[in-house]
Ligand binder design. Structure first.
Ligand code: SAH
Length: 221
């Protein structure tokens, strides 16, 4: 298949399947039209193994190797919606970018996206995908995201796709005035998606909903 055909998809990876996913997200409460358009336009199937491609436009998390998963489309859409509806998106940091799918979505609503991932094999794979899609405002790094990415801070928005038991202080420090951190907090079945917003150097927290993410782990691999 040529590069373009591979990205466009056929059969279970075609535009029709993507549109069905968008209808499902709408039913589940995603209302932001910009987010829905971006989900319709972003080829999720290229971020997963070919053997699983037929499931790419189902609303489910799927394995991407190394015990990690590509996030459920509803969660990707929800986190993106919360961030774009709560403030600026000039500089955005994503921790635990895994496959790079959420990163590609964020790149459409952000000035620059900086990503940190602790598994080097996933970093390489995500870089290839971003290159294939010719996205130029994404900067990916191999590292421990608990420490954020200080060099480019402060960020208007930080999105974390793995759950720590407490909010990492360093991530709050790297938020700009008006900045927001969206992050799952908790262990196993007891996780909550939280939004922390910084105004006048005070942090206001808001609970969004119960969620299930892989754990945020220390160190790199
Ligand atoms: N949104 C991604 C989710 C991947 S799963 C996607 O849809 O593909 C969560 C990712 O967080 C995994 O790739 C895991 O390796 C990564 N991760 C866990 N702890 C981390 C840490 N301390 N720093 C950076 N990445 C981390």
């Amino acid at each position: 298949m040529s590069g373009t055909n591979k990205i466009q998809g056929i059969g279970m990876t075609s535009q029709r399947s993507r549109n069905r996913l968008v209808s499902k997200l709408r039913e589940m409460g995603i209302k932001n039209e910009k987010v829905l358009d971006i989900v319709a336009e972003t080829p999720r199937h290229i971020f997963i193994e070919e053997a699983l491609a037929s499931k790419a436009y189902e609303n489910s998390a799927l394995p991407i190797g190394y015990g990690q998963t590509i996030s459920q489309p509803f969660i990707v859409a929800l986190m993106t919606q919360v961030l774009i509806e709560s403030g600026q998106m000039r500089k955005v940091l994503e921790i635990g970018f895994g496959s790079g799918y959420q990163t590609a979505i964020l790149s459409r609503v952000s000035g620059q996206v900086f990503g940190v991932e602790r598994l080097s094999s996933l970093v390489e794979r995500a870089r290839e995908k971003i290159w294939e899609l010719k996205i130029s405002n994404i900067h990916l790094r191999h590292g421990d995201g608990m420490m954020g990415w200080e060099g480019h801070s402060p960020y208007d928005a930080i999105l974390v796709a793995a759950a720590p038991s407490f909010v990492p202080e360093e991530l709050l420090n790297q938020l700009s005035e008006g900045g927001r951190l969206i992050i799952p907090i908790g262990i196993n079945e007891n996780q909550k998606l939280m939004l922390y917003s910084k105004t006048d150097n005070e942090i206001v927290e808001k609970e969004i909903q119960a969620v299930k993410f892989v754990p945020l782990l220390p160190g790199i691999n």
